[in-house]
Design a protein around this ligand. Structure first.
Ligand SMILES: [Zn+2]
Length: 259
């Protein structure tokens, strides 16, 4: 917030047309709200920001399609993105979520031009995006960026392993509770969009199973849902209903990212 106020009070910025000023203010504000960018030394962050542009991501917008060359990487600010692996029989399974703790476009870090996964916006909001070529240059130039991304990669690999364990061993109701908590954390709101169809497709299960699980959580007054909006009424209760993966994920965030 101090960055935002600072930028608005700067004489040079104040003289710019509204749209330009808003763009710069969004970027400064956004950099502070993306953990990966915030962890960089000032000089590196400034240089990287100069190659970024703020974008508003819309709900359900597809940012990456499988095997299509990646044009941009994204640093989410208030948005968050779901990583979805097609299962080959027109189904899909969510293998991770990217919020303001990290970035979308890890394939480029690993030297690939494409990704096997779809990336779909699950929480609308602001992100900073950067074209692939300047991002690759920064990876070579900034040791700090590379180091932060390496730690983030470790986190994402852990997230993937956890998703596999969760799908294989845990009961659907506990998985639904976990998924709702993960969404609540990233949307930073008690109410968010989430139909049973979408939830079922992310968890790789049939819709009827999600409906039963959500009804049970609603009967216990942990959540309330109506017309595609889900409200968390009792976060503590929902945490008790969730499988252990939720806590394990949070612990790895704390350990690896030191949050
Ligand atoms: Zn689980």
């Amino acid at each position: 917030m101090s960055m935002l106020n600072g930028a608005a009070n700067n004489r040079l910025l104040a003289a710019l047309p509204n749209s330009d000023r808003q763009r710069i203010v969004s970027m400064l504000n956004g950099a502070a709200d993306n953990r990966l960018l915030a962890a960089l030394p000032n000089s590196d962050r400034r240089r990287i920001l100069a190659s970024c542009e703020p974008v508003e991501l819309a709900l359900a917008e597809e940012l990456y399609a499988p095997w299509v060359p990646l044009r941009f990487i994204y640093f989410p600010i208030s948005s968050f993105i779901s990583l979805i692996m097609p299962t080959g029989d027109s189904g899909a399974f969510e293998v991770g979520m990217v919020g303001n703790e990290g970035m979308l476009g890890i394939s480029l870090v690993l030297g690939a031009e494409v990704s096997s996964q779809r990336a779909v916006v699950q929480g609308a909001g602001l992100a900073l995006r950067m074209e692939a070529a300047p991002f690759r240059r920064e990876l070579r130039r900034s040791k700090a960026l590379r180091g932060e991304i390496d730690r983030y990669l470790q986190l994402r690999m852990g997230q993937l392993a956890q998703a596999t364990i969760c799908a294989h061993f845990h009961l659907l109701e506990a998985r639904v509770a976990r998924r709702l908590l993960m969404t609540q954390d990233r949307s930073r709101a008690n109410t968010f969009r989430g139909t049973h169809e979408v939830l079922a497709s992310k968890l790789g299960v049939r819709r009827v199973g999600v409906t039963e699980a959500a009804s049970s959580l609603q009967q216990r007054r942990l959540i309330h849902y109506s017309r595609g909006d889900i409200t968390v009424l009792d976060r503590r209760g929902l945490m008790a209903a969730a499988c252990k993966c939720y806590k394990a994920d949070r612990e790895s965030y704390d350990r690896i990212l030191g949050q």
